[in-house]
Design a protein around this ligand. Structure first.
Ligand SMILES: *Cc1c(COP(=O)(O)O)cnc(C)c1O
Length: 247
């Protein structure tokens, strides 16, 4: 075993990176325990929550280790990195796309990602739908909602979410199956999660396929599960601290 540097100097110096596959298996177990605890408190089944391991910035070896430990769903935030990881990992992995998606990158993601969490404008939905249709598929997406109503953040304003779902629904080649949000970093996430859930409930009354709530990350997954998340997106909790120079 190499000597570990003292905890206090870790983040600034960029290490230690948890390059040990055994660390990933242990961390995965810990995340599953956290999900199960929150589900139990909320009277929900832990099986109603899908863990997507967000592997952005982490090397393929760690993804492989997580896969071997039983993790099936992984998420990336950049089209190019998604392509590299897909190539490195091969079949047997279900990929998700969670990052900002430019229209000129849609071709690299449609049909590769089983679920795109970050559809947030009609032009993008049209591009996704057209691409999927030409490939003879239906691309599953979630509508990203800007629950913080912060114009610098991605996502449709919550007041526009239902109208957007209705419009996307008219397009062939795309299926909007739920909502996703990223709460403001410096605020209590619970109101944002509760708001997303209320929006989902309202949407589902008119459009029964709108089922999913993608919300909760490493720092707030318990709150998200308590508020009804069906998908949590966890990066550092599964793979260890991300290097300071990557995001
Ligand atoms: C990076 C990222 C996550 C995971 O964040 P962690 O804090 O590492 O758990 C979740 N969702 C999105 C959209 C991300 O970009």
């Amino acid at each position: 075993m190499p000597m570990m540097p003292p905890q206090s100097s870790t983040r600034a110096s960029g290490g230690p990176h948890p390059d040990q596959p055994s660390d990933v298996a242990r961390r995965l177990e810990d995340v599953h325990r956290r999900i199960a605890g929150a589900a139990e408190r909320a009277g929900r089944s832990p099986h109603a929550v899908t863990l997507v391991a967000i592997s952005k910035s982490f090397p393929p070896e760690l993804v492989r280790a997580a896969r071997q430990a039983g993790q099936a769903d992984f998420g990336e935030a950049r089209a190019q990195e998604l392509a590299r990881k897909v190539e490195a990992l091969g079949p047997g992995v279900r990929w998700h796309f969670v990052g900002r998606l430019q229209r000129n990158k849609v071709a690299d993601v449609v049909g590769v990602a089983s679920l795109i969490h970050s559809m947030d404008r009609l032009k993008l939905a049209e591009e996704i739908a057209g691409r999927a249709q030409r490939g003879g598929r239906v691309q599953r997406v979630l509508l990203q909602v800007n629950t913080a109503d912060d114009p610098s953040k991605a996502g449709v304003a919550s007041g526009e979410a239902l109208a957007m779902v209705a419009k996307v629904r008219e397009l062939p080649g795309i299926a909007c199956e739920g909502l996703m949000t990223m709460p403001a970093l410096d605020a209590d996430p619970r109101p944002a999660f509760a708001q997303l859930r209320a929006l989902r409930d309202a949407a589902r009354e008119r459009f029964p396929e709108v089922q999913h709530l993608s919300m909760g990350m490493t720092g707030d997954l318990e709150v998200a599960v308590e508020e009804g998340a069906t998908i949590v997106r966890v990066g550092e909790g599964v793979f260890g601290p991300r290097r300071a120079d990557s995001s």
